[in-house]
Design a protein around this ligand. Structure first.
Ligand SMILES: *Cc1c(COP(=O)(O)O)cnc(C)c1O
Length: 442
């Protein structure tokens, strides 16, 4: 790795150069585009981000679960460099190229289930989810889409409608798309009757709402994240996802797993669905799939995907050749460096330390997640009342020390950790130390 894998804080965070750039940002970019930490990045790789002031920060965010193989990963850079010199775009719908087909073959092979599959490539996660809904509607001839509490699916009109949380995603952006219905998610920490009954009761309630309020025969698709991402890394109680998938199967509903955040080795399996042996009818991928180049996929059963007429799907940039080469580089890296095992190792390192911290500090209500997708939920000590102020304070302290952490959660009270899977152990350890200190000093 060409960037020294070390934390180095040489100015205030953000430093003077970043603050100058931030002033320019504020004059040129509307405030609707938020910034988690306004240090302006000049280089990044492995487990660090370097900024304009010469600081080197430990990265526990991966650009929101995107740079799982590390920033500017060698295999990605090499392939993209070759491709950019050969050709940059033809539009796959005009004149095709092999890398697009190769990425689709690989996605068909890597996603759960050994049935016949097809893949469509698009550019963003939201676009993938939108296309999954279009395809499910077309294949079933039904209008309704069922989504869950705490779900996040994107910022376009349809996907923000599918998203649960109003602020900041939906506030004053309505009216929303029709035929979207929301049902409960099995959120163990917040389930009223306790985590033991959560899976069964939540599945019963969800299925009851679908059958009574919508009618199973009217539902084209159920869209769910196997672990809710922006909603706070909520791992549904075991048994919930299989019950919902089974309900879909018996009622001819397309089960769509939105693995945009959970997919591609992040959770210690190639896809989070595998943990409970779920085989989705359609699976959406993006984020970690192409190391930062814009690429997303919709992979599904051939008999569903093949229903749509020629020309019904696509987009100018979908499966851009640079992004496809990047994705192939990502897949090679995951395989050769066994990053699935590496994600498990990160979880095995983080979870015990965070659980030990939970024993010491009752501001930590819950520690959860799988692999390199880990979160802590902060509460008013001794209660379950969300404590977003504590999250803000911990984030502030971590950032000042040169550790980038992100927040999440319907109540804004979750700290989430998404380190690059290639982060060296000593940086993971150092980052956890900074976090422990920030919580202890709170
Ligand atoms: C990020 C995300 C999306 C949206 O992806 P974009 O590329 O930002 O459009 C959709 N679903 C999930 C689960 C996500 O985490």
């Amino acid at each position: 790795m060409s960037i020294p894998q070390e934390r180095r804080v040489v100015t205030a965070i953000p430093g003077p150069k970043s603050r100058e750039l931030l002033a320019r940002k504020q004059a040129a970019v509307p405030p609707g585009i938020g910034t988690a930490l306004p240090v302006f990045v000049t280089r990044a790789g492995g487990g660090v981000l370097q900024d304009a002031d010469g600081n080197s920060l430990i990265d526990f965010g991966s650009g929101i679960a995107v740079t799982s193989v590390g920033n500017a990963a060698p295999k990605v850079v090499e392939r993209v460099r070759r491709q950019v010199a050969d050709f940059t775009h033809t539009c796959f719908m005009v004149t095709p190229y092999e890398s697009y087909v190769r990425v689709c073959e690989k996605l068909n092979e890597l996603t759960p289930g050994d049935h016949d599959k097809r893949t469509v490539l698009v550019s963003t996660g939201a676009e993938a989810v939108e296309n999954a809904v279009k395809i499910a509607r077309h294949a079933t001839g039904r209008p309704a889409v069922v989504v869950f509490d705490h779900g996040y699916h994107g910022r376009t009109l349809l996907t923000m409608t599918l998203t649960a949380k109003n602020m900041p995603y939906k506030e004053k952006f309505g009216p929303f798309a029709p035929e979207v219905y929301r049902v409960p998610l099995a959120y163990p920490f917040r389930w009223p009757s306790g985590p033991e009954n959560c899976a069964e009761e939540a599945a019963e309630q969800a299925i009851d709402m679908i059958t009574k309020q919508v009618g199973a025969d009217n539902v084209a698709a159920v869209v769910i994240e196997p672990i809710a991402g922006e909603g706070g890394f909520v791992v549904p109680a075991r048994g919930f996802l299989p019950r919902v998938a089974e309900f879909c199967r018996t009622n001819g509903i397309v089960f769509v797993a939105d693995e945009v955040q959970t997919g591609f080795a992040r959770t210690g399996t190639m896809f989070a669905c595998e943990d409970e042996g779920i085989v989705p009818d359609i699976i959406t991928t993006a984020k970690g799939i192409a190391g930062g180049l814009p690429l997303a996929g919709v992979t599904g059963r051939a008999e569903i995907m093949d229903k749509v007429h020629a020309g019904g799907l696509g987009g100018t940039y979908g499966g851009n050749p640079l992004a496809c080469e990047a994705a192939l580089g990502v897949m090679e890296t995951i395989e050769e460096e066994d990053l699935v095992a590496r994600a498990r190792h990160i979880g095995d390192t983080m979870l015990p330390r965070l659980r030990a911290l939970q024993e010491r500090f009752d501001v930590i209500g819950d520690v959860r997640g799988r692999g390199a997708m880990i979160a802590i939920e902060l509460v008013e000590p001794g209660t379950k009342v969300p404590n977003p102020a504590a999250v803000q304070e911990i984030v502030r302290r971590c950032h000042a020390e040169g550790l980038l952490v992100l927040t999440a959660g319907t109540y804004g009270n979750v700290l989430r950790f998404l380190p690059p899977l290639v982060i060296p152990d000593h940086l993971l350890d150092e980052g956890l130390g900074i976090l422990e200190k920030a919580i202890a000093e709170l």
